[in-house]
Design a protein around this ligand. Structure first.
Ligand code: PSU
Ligand code: MN
Length: 305
């Protein structure tokens, strides 16, 4: 039945069957998260990093209505070139992209869904969606958070960007039973910066510790993901004043233009990159590399348990 929808590349099928480490990677970060051609260069480099660490990368997307696990470099190139023209596909979009045989770039939520269908338990990305600032009025809460509550995939990210309300995002995750752990830190990182002023639930100091907690969670039937918040390497972290100024400006512009719904996150990411003159893009790319490394380590440790 699943074969009617899912295309897993043979290398990934074999690795999952043999219990070898595999790291899922999303595609909205390629199409909607970064400009061409750096999006494609980054996506390919991330795959290379995962391999160098000893795990297998599986970039996920929807192509011609098929749920694809393990894109080819050509497919990654196509998605990167199409950019915003590709559908940004979250949970609600999957059935219609399938029935219309359309293409879609998968968000954290839909990448988790497809990774879980393929038997992949670890996923590395840059940033996740969350509770937006002003959500008490707009109700804008990313579907990523509900997915984390229910789907058994661990997500390595660099924390929550301050385009979102970090405090409300952490409250929402707590209510939904999603553990937020800091990798070698007690502080919740804020994507471009290593600090946010908020604490994580648990600090872990090794990939093995993460793997052991994941095993316990899932052995006990405590379904859902966990967030491993991995701070950006200090050398690439941004000045908090510069980034918060850029984000404030981007949010003010989004309010003026009345942009809403699924378009808001890509709009803010793009504006922040423009306002900071590309400096934030360099940071963004480096933190994704850093997360790919940790994701691979966690997948390896999990495959040993
Ligand atoms: N945050 C980032 N970069 C990204 C995204 C979020 O720093 O590329 C993307 C991810 O794919 C994430 C999605 O799952 O945006 C969340 O969108 P929304 O808020 O519409 O759920
Ligand atoms: Mn939203």
């Amino acid at each position: 039945m699943l074969e009617d929808y899912l295309d897993i590349n043979p290398e990934v099928t074999e690795a999952v069957r043999a219990g070898k480490p595999v790291v899922a990677l999303e595609s909205t970060i390629i199409s909607h998260g970064m400009p061409y051609p750096r999006n494609v260069e980054t996506a390919l480099r991330v795959e290379q990093i995962v391999r160098q660490q000893g795990a297998l990368p599986a970039t996920i997307a929807i192509l011609g209505g098929r749920l694809k696990v393990g894109l080819t470099p050509e497919e990654i190139g196509t998605l990167g070139k199409l950019g915003l023209k590709v559908h940004k596909a979250s949970r609600r979009d999957l059935p219609f992209l399938v029935s219309k045989r359309a293409d879609g770039a998968t968000t954290v939520a839909s990448t988790m869904i497809i990774a879980a269908l393929a038997g992949i338990r670890v996923f590395a990305t840059g940033g996740i969606g969350g509770v937006h600032r002003g959500a008490t009025e707009t109700f804008d809460i990313s579907a990523d958070l509900q997915e984390l509550a229910h789907t058994n995939v661990a997500v390595v990210c660099a924390g929550v960007k301050s385009i979102l309300d970090i405090g409300l995002t952490l409250e929402y995750l707590e209510s939904n039973g999603v553990p937020v752990v800091g990798y070698q830190t007690e502080e919740m990182p804020a994507f471009y910066t290593r600090e946010s002023g908020f604490k994580v639930d648990y600090r872990v100091d090794s990939a093995k510790e993460v793997a052991e907690a994941l095993k316990a969670k899932w052995d006990l039937g405590l379904n859902g993901g966990i967030i491993i918040a991995n701070p950006i390497p200090a050398a690439y972290a941004m000045d908090p004043a510069i980034i918060s100024e850029a984000i404030a400006r981007a949010i003010a512009e989004s309010e003026e233009t009345g942009i809403k719904g699924k378009d808001i996150t890509p709009f803010l990411l793009d504006r922040v990159q423009q306002i900071t003159g590309g400096h934030s893009l360099d940071s963004n790319i480096q933190l994704v590399f850093n997360n790919a490394r940790l994701g691979a380590e966690i997948a390896i440790e999990l495959s040993r348990l």
